[in-house]
Design a protein around this ligand. Sequence first.
Ligand code: URA
Length: 461
Amino acid sequence: MEESALRALDLIAKKRDGGALTTAQWNWLVSAYGRGDVAEEQMSALLMATWFRGMSAAETLALTLAMRDSGDILRLPGLGRPLVDKHSTGGVGDKVTLVLAPMVAALGLAMAKLSGRGLGHTGGTLDKLEAISGYRVDLSPDQLVAQVRAVGVAVAAASQQLAPADRRLYALRDATGTVNQAGLIAASIMSKKLAVETDALVLDVKVGEGAFFATQLDGEAFAEAALAIGAGAGRQVRAVLTKMASPLGREVGNGREVAEAIDVLSGHGPKEVATIAAVLAANLLEMVMPDASAETAAAKAWQTLANGSAMEHFERWISAQGGAISGLPARLRQAAAAEGVIRADRTGTLAAISALAIGQAAALAGAGRSRKEDQVDPRAGITLVAEVGQAMVPGDVLALIHASDQTRLGQAQRLGARAFRLADGTGAETPLMLAVMRHADAHRKRRRSRGSDGGDGGTDL
Ligand code: URA
């Protein structure tokens, strides 16, 4: 056996037996795997050993930085204002970036966000933005920097050179049942986020049946790992945990979500979308302007919606990236090829709307993809008409389905109907905002779980 294969074998055995790999060993593994000196089966075994044994904070940081350093680092020096970023772990109807980005620009910050496309039941920001005719997602690094300088915002496709080691390792984790481990998820996400040199990052960690993290505990474990990576890498990071049991807002589907984001920017969209955007913006502001109190930061964030400055920055951003503003948002709500409804089939109170079922139904309607190469239909999606807590009688409209063709309409209607739970009592609503976590909170929480501290973990809202 070659020397490198032997060395990989030693490291797999060390991890399997509960040992911690050193930074030098993680660096070697990531770069040797990139060169082809560590075989796929060896990396698979190492990932499985890591899934079972976990990683120390130092190991998680080492893996993150090794993956970050496998590709290009994007620097935007001399902007004259703080550069911030946001990551959402993904939810159904999550159009928060479209509101948050212009909001932070209106607050005098800048946002350069590299995003991806949707797969499965949650949509991707790029798919949503491409529903705006003319919007260009492919910007060269120079174009991205120039746009952020000029208008304070750019949201573009992540290049293949952004943490390429993560790209390969994520695909391998997907094929080996090793995705759902907090340290590996945090290392993967943070390797890409740290590859853009920003002053502060906020993580929107969605928790619930329709999200990547089903429980608050899972979301917190991820947030703690990500916050520790941020602290180790010298980056200011906060995590905001938000509920994702039912879809966010009323529109699900690419063009319709952009239309709803424009409604929020115009001051009349769903309150929950505005609330999450304002909380994220306020946390970013607090991180880069430590003198700003939490109350002042929140008030400033809300003000950008009330005084129209966030809307102005949205229009500047979209126009700078080639998107046609005129006729929005009506153009984004044009009828799809096949339109239908879902109606209540009994009397009762609408107790719950499953985000997962609505996300899957919207994808079936044509808004999502099951394989990377599938095309999405910008007009496809679901509009929620009824709200949780509303009294319904048979025949009342629960939702509108906008589908790419009649076959998809039938499939989406059948699956979508299962999303609505009508009950005899009233549904118990859980709060939208679950917690804000900073590194100190996460640290305190870990110490408390070891029995040495009475601190309270995240800041409950
Ligand atoms: N998203 C990522 O980018 N990486 C993970 O590991 C999970 C979700």
